[in-house]
Design a binder for this molecule. Structure first.
Ligand SMILES: Nc1ncnc2c1ncn2[C@@H]1O[C@H](COP(=O)(O)OP(=O)(O)OP(=O)(O)O)[C@@H](O)[C@H]1O
Ligand SMILES: Cc1ncsc1CCO
Ligand SMILES: [Mg+2]
Length: 250
């Protein structure tokens, strides 16, 4: 799947939060995808139709941005393109929660969140601490399955272990270090990378967990080469770039 992603170099339309735009674009480039942050209300619907996949992240939402997201989603759906929802801080702010539930009704191909976000959306728990999770990812497996069944979507929950489910099967990816949680945008960029995999490899549960596996591998590689969040940040980009499909056989 990584080979196919790089061969296809999918164009990923990102409408993400203002904190992580550059990091997300760099993660996609290092992995072998082609990012485009097309956020204008007049452009988004058209562009989502020609991109390979759309990534929607509600980290810093406001009315006009949400309208743009909905237009982009309509463009992606009309063109049969996959789209991924990152429900940042679900459970934390009522206005945002209402928006997230509206977006969930718009047939996302996949939803990717941390454990607290996924638990809240499935009706268990009250969310995390702002954008950070307060729950272990294993405690969100049942919630992820519930959410996947309810909205007929893949759900990916990240944390110490990562899980991907279609509501029936659950696949798990392990590895990585907590250093990931000390660099902003690792989860957000993972969601964009998930869109890249779904648009550039195949639209399957296996593609979802392959994306997590690749990120964990890069996370492991970067943590052995770094001494703190600063060096981890650039070592992570280097590792995404350097990892080759054949390395997974080791
Ligand atoms: N305790 C941990 N050990 C190893 N890896 C972790 C741990 N916690 C998170 N990760 C990894 O960090 C990445 C981001 O996942 P996380 O669940 O922190 O997302 P998030 O909270 O949405 O992040 P953000 O909102 O800051 O972008 C994933 O690749 C995940 O596997
Ligand atoms: C820190 C932060 N605040 C809003 S979005 C965001 C990026 C991580 O989700
Ligand atoms: Mg997040």
């Amino acid at each position: 799947m990584l080979h196919r992603l790089r061969a296809n170099r999918p164009l990923v339309h990102c409408i993400t939060n203002e904190v992580v735009q550059e990091f997300t674009a760099n993660v996609l480039l290092a992995a072998g995808a082609s990012p485009a942050m097309v956020v204008g209300e007049g452009e988004a619907e058209y562009f989502a139709g020609i991109a390979s996949a759309l990534s929607v992240n509600v980290g810093t939402p406001y009315e006009a941005r949400i309208e743009t997201m909905k237009k982009a989603i309509r463009g992606a759906l009309a063109a049969g393109k996959p789209w991924v929802l990152d429900p940042v801080a679900a459970g934390g702010i009522p206005w945002r929660d209402k928006v997230i539930f509206e977006l969930l009704e718009m047939q996302p191909t996949a939803v990717r969140g941390n454990a607290s976000e996924i638990r809240f959306l499935a009706g268990v728990g009250t969310g995390g601490k702002g954008v950070d999770s307060l729950d272990d990812s294993s405690s969100a497996i049942e919630a992820a399955k519930t959410l996947a069944r309810k909205y007929k979507t893949f759900v990916v929950v990240t944390g110490l272990k990562d899980y991907a489910t279609d509501g029936e099967r659950v696949l798990c990816a392990v590895g990585g270090s907590e250093m990931m949680t000390l660099v902003v945008g690792t989860g957000c960029s993972l969601s964009a990378l998930l869109a890249a995999f779904l648009g550039g490899a195949e639209r399957s549960l296996e593609a979802c967990i392959a994306c997590c596996d690749y990120v964990n591998y890069a996370n492991d590689t970067a943590s052995t080469r770094s001494s703190g969040p600063g060096s981890f940040h650039f070592q992570y980009l280097d590792a995404l770039y350097q990892i080759r499909p054949e390395d997974f056989r080791k």
